[in-house]
Design a protein around this ligand. Structure first.
Ligand SMILES: Cc1ncc(C[n+]2csc(CCOP(=O)(O)OP(=O)(O)O)c2C)c(N)n1
Ligand SMILES: [Mg+2]
Length: 326
């Protein structure tokens, strides 16, 4: 394995940042502090972190309705994200995006999206813009297995492949589409197999294995950056919570959930790997987890103390400024 222990520690910390941020956001939703619905990413952390750790600051990311992890992994500050969930003016979208439309344009994280599959076309468009401008920026689009059944998937990948655009399509196959098991509605078991229709590489990875995701994504990002065109990655993963808060989860067996939580947790799996390799001591582990806990406590304090947007700002930050055409 070619990873440095420093990078591994950073990625390990980032997975904890996502886990603890979300568990706290979940709690805050129950308390009534978070405005709107909340879709938990817990269990899927290795996908966002493994992919985004290969990206530069100026690369683009588009997400899903389940995108806290994508935003944090792209470098967003947890206190501004928590403020966004609280609908506060100090949030990454000035309090007007919330959980499902969270974005941070300063990091080229172009947004979560409440419409399933709606990030695929803009990610392809951002890649086209990079190509036309002659930059070597790469776009990454995260989407669910449900989104892979939508027209936008085929339209986006079709154009990305035809024009050899610098884009990496990352399907987070968590095996459920809201309350529907994927195999009730899908013909192919692997989403990666659909890449053949567009003559691009398709790779299926264990989404619970951070190192595997990091390495496969690294090859795909490099291919895109060097002009080799798109890759479709399927990361096989699982969400540890229901589809959104209040989901009674009558469609998946409790034993299955328990099995993934106990034996397929990407954080504890990577923790064991690091300890076996001698990259992480118990003291360092405790320190990392305590620092992340403090970070999230501070994020909540910041969100609570921040002001709501004022009524006179209702039309700002919503639409792009109108530009006069000569
Ligand atoms: C176009 C569209 N159809 C339906 C919905 C309702 N909906 C929200 S999330 C979801 C399931 C999406 O499944 P998947 O893409 O696998 O993502 P996951 O929730 O598993 O991360 C559905 C059907 C929607 N938001 N947009
Ligand atoms: Mg799914």
């Amino acid at each position: 394995m070619s990873l440095s222990s420093e990078l591994c520690k950073t990625m390990y910390r980032d997975m904890w940042r996502i886990r603890l941020f979300e568990e706290e956001a979940n709690r805050q939703t129950s308390l009534g502090s978070v405005v709107g619905a909340l879709h938990m990413y817990c269990g899927e952390e290795a996908v966002a972190v493994g992919v985004c750790s290969n990206l530069r600051d100026d690369d683009y990311v588009l997400g899903t309705h389940r995108s806290h992890g994508h935003c944090l992994a792209k470098g967003a500050e947890s206190h501004r994200m928590m403020a966004e969930l609280f609908g506060k003016a100090t949030g990454t979208c000035a309090g007007k995006g919330g959980s499902m439309h969270i974005a941070d344009f300063s990091l080229n994280m172009l947004g979560a999206n409440g419409i399933v599959g709606a990030g695929i076309a803009p990610a392809t468009g951002a890649a086209l813009a990079s190509k036309l401008r002659g930059t070597d920026q790469v776009s990454v689009c995260f989407f669910g297995d449900g989104a892979a059944a939508r027209g936008t998937f085929h339209e986006g990948i079709g154009l990305g492949a035809l024009w050899k655009l610098p884009v990496v399509y990352v399907c987070e196959n968590n095996q459920y589409q809201q309350w529907v098991p994927r195999m009730n509605v899908a013909v192919l078991d692997s989403v990666a197999d659909m890449a053949g229709s567009y003559a691009i590489p398709g790779v299926s990875v264990d989404g619970q294995n951070l190192v595997e995701v990091y390495e496969v994504a690294g090859e795909a990002v490099e291919r895109a950056r060097k002009g080799g065109g798109p890759t479709l990655i399927e990361a096989r993963t699982y969400r540890f919570y229901g589809h959104s808060l209040g989901d009674e989860e009558q469609y998946r067996p409790a034993a299955e959930v328990e099995e993934w939580r106990t034996n397929r947790d990407p954080i504890t799996t990577f923790q064991s790997t690091m300890m076996e390799q001698g990259w992480l001591t118990e003291e360092e582990d405790t320190q990392i987890q305590n620092e992340v806990k403090d970070e999230i406590t501070e994020a909540v304090r910041f969100a609570e103390e921040s002001p709501f947007p004022t009524p006179d700002s209702v039309t700002t930050d919503v639409l792009a400024p109108v530009q006069e055409v000569a």
